[in-house]
Design a protein around this ligand. Structure first.
Ligand code: HEC
Ligand code: HEC
Length: 153
């Protein structure tokens, strides 16, 4: 009886020691960093400000698309281009009445159709928030290597 008790006792002690080691190994204050590039527990953990790649619209090469129906990537910088309920700076260059004068690629015809496929006079509100689909580029090292190959390759 006595030997069994010590056996259980030492098992318990070993489990306790393992738990202690495990809790010391991961200090949450240092570990998780993610996209914000600073510890979550930092007092002023503001997201890192990254530089947008690209210059003034009109000076950029368009970025090749990798698959059909891909929303083209934005090749120019987007700083200061307001996009809210009242103002949509993107439309002022890309919308039908302005694109020629601005020398900008015209918004896709698909953007002037309702969800049911009906032609509209103006851009569909479902397409109003351009940045939901079209993304600008930043000068940043990729967090995860991209191994995507287009179908042609
Ligand atoms: C001052 C005019 C202007 C403004 C404002 C503007 N663009 Fe552009 N955009 C252009 C021009 C010109 C190009 C052609 C590439 C170049 O020369 O920069 C272009 C290219 C693009 C392309 C690539 C199209 C393709 O087929 O490759 C996308 C997508 C785009 N812009 C989206 C946007 C979005 C979204 C906004 C608002 C955040 C915006 N643009 C604001 C002028 C503008
Ligand atoms: C719901 C996703 C979505 C939204 C929102 C959206 N687009 Fe697009 N856009 C696309 C896709 C997908 C394409 C490529 C296929 C096509 O033309 O429909 C495209 C194509 C384009 C093109 C290239 C057209 C061509 O002739 O090749 C331009 C320019 C463009 N969009 C500008 C804009 C602007 C400016 C806005 C905001 C006012 C906007 N888009 C909002 C998905 C979107």
């Amino acid at each position: 009886m006595k030997t069994r008790n010590t056996f259980i006792g030492s098992l318990f002690a070993a489990a306790l020691a393992a738990l202690l080691v495990a809790s010391c190994a991961s200090t949450p204050a240092e570990k998780p960093q993610g996209l914000r590039l600073s510890a979550i527990t930092d007092q002023d953990a503001a997201p890192a400000i990254l530089d947008y790649a690209g210059k003034t619209p009109g000076e950029q090469e368009r970025i090749a698309r990798n698959y059909e129906q891909q929303p083209p990537l934005i090749p120019h910088k987007v700083e200061g281009m307001k996009l809210d309920f009242k103002t949509n700076k993107c439309l002022q260059c890309h919308d039908r009445p302005f694109y020629k004068e601005e020398g900008a690629p015209k918004i896709g015809d698909s953007h002037y159709k309702s969800r049911e496929g009906k032609e509209l006079d103006k851009i569909s509100m479902a397409r109003y928030n351009c940045n939901q689909c079209h993304v600008p580029q930043v000068n940043a090292p990729p967090l995860v290597a991209n191994v995507f190959k287009s179908a042609k390759e």
